[in-house]
Write a protein that binds this ligand. Structure first.
Ligand code: PHE
Length: 341
């Protein structure tokens, strides 16, 4: 059979195939049979080599016409039935990667736990602004005008064209003031939040950290209520069999003031790494709200009394985990954070 005869037969076949194209899949099959490199048309082209020179124009022309016909038929089927589905760029047969779940940051976890425990004792959560004024952070808390805590070295001041007393709160006691100004006793609030101090960052201190403040104002509140509240909290949070030590201390906004220690929950007082071999852990600063503070916030100290306490949340996390560098809580290293699921 000459190549011309083969082409003629192929033409009959291609015409029949074209008239049978009724789907995208048909068109694809047609392309794979006739139009690709290993298809029928190309094998005719390959055959051209052995056609005598004088016959080449006729055979070549017939072949070109057939290719045009086949391509037009294919194109028409594509236009009618759509292009073949693209080869997917992802391999859907690969096994899936396991989903990694996130976790709540240990600082937030601790705040949630503390809020829950104090909540069970009737304390509500109150919040205040991070950017404060001098009155709420110092003045109404009975800090003398020349108190060193107002010093530029401790406090971050915020530039403000209208006033010079804008600052980032240095403790959550500012929220005490806001709560007393806006609520009528009895008041029982717990106030978690960020605080800021212009301190060098080290393994033991940060310039930005968290505190939790507690405040209870009502008729006849005494130091005994303070002791009972803190002991109940510490026994729920740290150690059901803890012993306590109340040391006298000084804060401008409380009188009397104290610092409260608890027997180390790890060594039970024998001395270990967590308690720096003292057997005791300092858990908070506290005291009876100073009459000057009550007065400055519009509460009559003759009628009401109250206690306040406050402590740093990061320190709690360090104690509970045995981590000895506070910066690790802020490095966002998943090898550390992943351990607090
Ligand atoms: N505000 C104090 C501090 O930042 C802590 C404190 C709060 C002490 C309430 C007594 C009462 O150190």
């Amino acid at each position: 059979m000459t190549l011309l005869e083969t082409i003629s037969l192929l033409r009959t076949q291609i015409e029949a195939d074209i008239s049978g194209l009724t789907s995208r899949e048909d068109a694809e099959r047609f392309r794979l049979t006739h139009l690709v490199k290993k298809g029928t048309l190309q094998s005719c082209v390959d055959g051209l080599r052995s056609v005598p020179k004088e016959d080449k124009p006729v055979v070549g022309k017939a072949l070109n016409e057939l290719r045009a016909l086949a391509e037009a038929g294919y194109q028409e089927a594509l236009d009618t039935y759509g292009a073949p589905a693209p080869i997917p760029s992802i391999d859907t047969t690969l096994p899936a990667r396991g989903a990694r779940s996130g976790a709540i940051h240990p600082i937030t976890q601790s705040i949630q736990k503390l809020v829950e425990i104090f909540g069970s004792m009737g304390f509500e959560v109150a919040e205040g602004p991070d950017v404060e004024d001098d009155a709420h952070n110092f003045g109404k808390l009975n800090f003398a005008d020349d108190h060193p805590a107002r010093d530029m070295q401790d406090t971050f001041f915020v530039e403000n064209r209208e006033r010079a007393d804008v600052l980032l709160r240095t403790h959550t006691s500012s929220v005490q003031v806001r709560v007393m100004e806006s609520m009528k006793p009895p008041i029982r609030c717990i106030m978690p939040g960020r605080v800021y101090r212009n301190e060098a960052v080290s393994a033991r201190s940060l310039a930005e950290f968290h505190q939790i403040e507690g405040l209870y104002i009502a008729k006849g509140v005494s130091m005994a209520d303070l002791k009972g509240t803190i002991m109940e909290f510490a026994r729920q949070f740290y150690d059901a069999h803890a012993e306590f030590r109340f040391r006298t201390s000084y804060f401008p906004f409380t009188e009397p003031s104290c610092e409260i220690d608890m027997s180390c929950f790890l060594c039970k007082g024998d001395g270990c790494r967590i308690c720096k071999h003292s057997g005791w852990l300092e858990i908070c600063g506290a005291g009876m709200v100073h009459p000057n503070v009550l007065r400055a916030c519009g509460i009559d100290p003759e009628e009401y009394s109250g206690f306040a306490f406050g402590f740093g949340v990061e320190r709690v996390v360090l104690m509970m985990t045995g981590i000895d560098d506070i910066r690790m809580l802020y490095d966002n290293d998943l090898r550390v954070l992943g351990q607090f699921q």
